[in-house]
Design a protein around this ligand. Structure first.
Ligand code: S3P
Length: 168
């Protein structure tokens, strides 16, 4: 069973992914953490030294490496993972994708306090962040919408999510 959690930055992919992995007794991977440990540099450092394009290549490569070397896992993807290359098709072909569709005002409240380690938003003021979330979400929605399962409310009901996964 290969499960990919997708959604905007701050949607709780890592938090719920860990809980889901425990519930299903399968390993949990955080894609950003895997990139960081593979590169021995933070995401911010990778963006600053080699740029976003290079980060997206690494992201795709490590997504493929983990997916192809494990039979079962829950993976928390980065916010942009489904939106580059053909990653969303790849994930849908390899397993089950789950989109945590958190309301934009909730994302803003979370991200305003958690900007530092996120290179795409760390320099933004509150007003700029609001505009960024609105614009980026509109751009990325067409990718998120391709998920097998969509979660529209938090806290995520894990029991019901597990049922949906088995059903899918
Ligand atoms: C990104 C989201 C981040 C990380 C990188 C780029 C994005 O992951 O992959 O900073 O493009 O939305 P989180 O969604 O875990 O913050």
């Amino acid at each position: 069973m290969k499960i990919f959690l997708i959604g905007f930055m701050g949607s709780g992919k890592s938090y719920w992914g860990k809980i889901l992995g425990e519930k299903l007794s399968i390993p949990f991977f955080d894609l950003d953490e895997q990139i960081v440990s593979h590169e021995s540099r933070t995401v911010t450092e990778i963006f600053a030294t080699e740029g976003e394009e290079h980060f997206r290549m690494l992201e795709k490569d490590i997504l493929h490496i983990i997916t192809e070397s494990h039979d079962s896992f829950v993976m928390a993807c980065g916010g942009g993972t489904p939106c580059f290359f053909n990653n969303i098709e790849y994930m849908n072909q390899s397993g089950t994708t789950i989109w945590i569709n958190t309301p934009l005002d909730v994302l803003f409240e979370r991200l305003i306090h958690e900007k530092e380690h996120r290179p795409l938003i760390r320099e933004l003021t509150g007003e700029q962040l609001k505009a960024y979330i609105t614009k980026k979400f509109a751009d990325r929605k067409i990718y998120f919408e391709q998920a097998t399962i969509v979660i529209d409310k938090e806290p995520v009901e894990i029991e019901s999510l597990v049922q949906k996964i088995f059903h899918a």
